[in-house]
Design a protein around this ligand. Sequence first.
Ligand code: ZN
Length: 118
Amino acid sequence: MYCPQCRAEYREGFSECSDCHVPLLSGAPPPDPFDPNMELVIVLETNDQVQLAMVKGLLEDAGIPFYLLGRITTLIQDVDPMLHKWIQVQVPRDREAEARELIESLTAAEPSPEVDES
Ligand SMILES: [Zn+2]
């Protein structure tokens, strides 16, 4: 028996997780797709929510597991009352090449801001 929410294992006879108060499922918990010992690499760091959403979509479509780590930059706080939140996208090392290719295809499609209009 195990809790589908926190993945704690229970002996037979229990029917509800004492922490999450959800019904337990029978059997052993499925393997966690996110192995805490898995080596992760940062493939993108952005504060562009639109870009982030597109990258997430691409990774999801490709079936690449990823972590998002956010950190708030406060350096510009005096100038801008809005905190800029930078998000780091991390993927397992063995999917790095795949993820980078997807991200590159995305960023390459963006119009260059330095287009010569003459
Ligand atoms: Zn639980």
